[in-house]
Design a protein around this ligand. Structure first.
Ligand code: GDP
Length: 210
C-alpha cells in the first residue's frame, strides 16, 4: 500500500470521544522516546504528522489520523516516563486500557520496542497483559540503524526468549529504522492486509465522518 492522504482528526483523553468506529483502526504504542512519532511519520511519508520529540509525558492524548480515507491510525501516549507522577501514571493506565479493550474497530496494536536495548520488564509486562486481555497486537523493533546488526539481532533474540516464557508462539514482529526507512514496505503491507480483511472494511469516506 502507499499512503496517499493523511488527515489529523482529533486528540482526546476519552475513548468515547474518538471517531465512530466505522473504519478499521491500527494503533501505535511504546515507551517514551522509543521512536514512535518518527516511525509513524516515516510510514506516512509525512514530516510532522505525529509530533516528534515532544516533552516527555506532556501530551497524554489519543491522536486519531484518517489515512487514505479508509482507515484510522492512532498515536497513543507512551509509557515509562521516569518523572511522571503516580496520578499521571494512573490516568495513563486507565486511558490506555479503556481504549485498547473498548475500541471495537481496533485490528492491531503495534507495540514498539527499542532494538538497542535488552528486554525491559515494562515492555514484557505490557505485552503479557495484552495477551491476557486478548488485544490483537504485533511488535515493531525501532532504531535498528543505531546499533550494529549483530547487537540488534541479539536483542531481538533475547526479547523472543523472554516472551516465550509466557507465549506459545512469537507474535508477528518487524524490524524498523525511521532514519533508513527500514521495514516500511513490510509494515505497510501488513497494515493493508489487516485493513482489507477487517469486518467493517469500507472505502466509503462518508462513513468516517463523526
Ligand atoms: P517518541 O517519543 O517515541 O515519539 O520518539 P521520537 O520519534 O520523538 O524519537 C525519539 C528520538 O529518537 C528522536 O531524537 C529521534 O530523532 C530518534 N529516532 C527515532 N527513530 C529513530 C531511528 O529509527 N533511528 C535513529 N537513529 N534515531 C531515531
Amino acid at each position: 500500500m502507499e499512503v496517499k492522504s493523511t488527515e489529523f482528526i482529533i486528540s482526546n483523553s476519552d475513548v468515547s470521544k474518538s471517531p465512530k468506529p466505522t473504519l478499521p483502526e491500527i494503533a501505535f504504542i511504546g515507551r517514551s522516546n522509543v521512536g514512535k512519532s518518527s516511525l509513524i511519520n516515516m510510514l506516512a511519508n509525512k514530516q510532522n504528522l505525529a509530533k516528534t520529540s515532544s516533552t516527555p509525558g506532556k501530551t497524554q492524548l489519543i491522536n486519531h489520523f484518517l489515512i487514505n480515507k479508509n482507515m484510522y491510525w492512532v498515536d497513543l501516549p507512551g509509557y515509562g516516563f521516569a518523572k511522571v507522577s503516580q496520578t499521571k501514571r494512573g490516568d495513563w493506565t486507565k486511558m490506555i486500557w479503556n481504549y485498547v479493550e473498548k475500541r471495537s474497530n481496533l485490528c492491531n496494536l503495534f507495540v514498539l520496542i527499542d532494538a538497542r536495548h535488552t528486554p525491559q520488564a515494562k515492555d514484557i509486562d505490557f505485552i503479557n497483559k495484552l495477551g491476557q486481555k486478548g488485544v490483537p497486537f504485533s511488535i515493531i523493533f525501532t532504531k535498528a540503524d543505531k546499533e550494529a546488526q549483530k547487537v540488534v539481532s541479539a536483542n531481538i533474540a533475547l526479547f523472543k526468549t523472554a516472551l516465550m516464557k509466557t507465549w506459545e508462539e512469537m507474535p508477528i514482529a518487524f524490524v524498523s529504522s525511521a532514519v533508513k526507512r527500514l521495514g516500511r514496505k513490510e509494515i505497510l503491507e501488513f497494515i493493508e492486509s489487516l485493513r482489507s480483511s477487517a469486518p467493517m472494511n469500507t472505502s466509503d469516506e462518508n462513513d468516517s465522518k463523526k
